[in-house]
Design a protein around this ligand. Structure first.
Ligand SMILES: [Zn+2]
Ligand SMILES: [Zn+2]
Length: 144
């Protein structure tokens, strides 16, 4: 677990509890959004004594403090969470199996600037999710 995490908790006025640090660390290391259920199972696997409602409550607290963001897309395991890095992220979502890939690249940076110049708006941000079918789902569709 990095010192970074305790710093980030401290900055938001949160006590560095084991559960908060664990969950943040897991989300930070994951390259795709994770459900509360997955986090819970993962912690149990690593012999961390925690119950599901604690995981949920911890995620809520971290969301409130903007350390974690809750996605608008849901998986079969419920809501999905990811580490809220300073870089916003876009998602590529499979309509077949709901697999989600986080994209680090933002194609809209230049467009925001053009739009700001054109409309005289102060642009505050944007959301973009891209939907499709992943390679596995495409294969199944063609075989079926
Ligand atoms: Zn798929
Ligand atoms: Zn973007």
């Amino acid at each position: 677990m990095s010192d970074n995490i305790s710093e980030e908790l401290k900055k938001r006025g949160l006590k560095n509890t084991k559960h908060r640090a664990e969950i943040l660390d897991m989300l930070k290391r994951s390259d795709q959004p994770v459900s509360a259920e997955q986090l819970f199972k993962d912690m149990l696997d690593r012999n961390i004594n925690v119950n599901f409602s604690t995981v949920y409550r911890t995620l809520d607290t971290l969301c409130e403090k903007d350390l974690v963001s809750k996605l608008t897309i849901e998986s079969e395991g419920g809501a999905l969470y990811e580490f809220n890095s300073t870089m916003h992220k876009h998602h590529l979502i499979c309509l077949g199996c709901r697999k989600i890939i986080s994209l680090d690249y933002c194609p809209l940076g230049n467009y925001e600037q053009t739009l700001a110049e054109k409309t005289d708006y102060l642009i505050a941000g944007h959301k973009l999710d891209i939907y499709g079918y992943c390679p596995e789902c495409r294969k199944t569709a063609h075989e079926g």
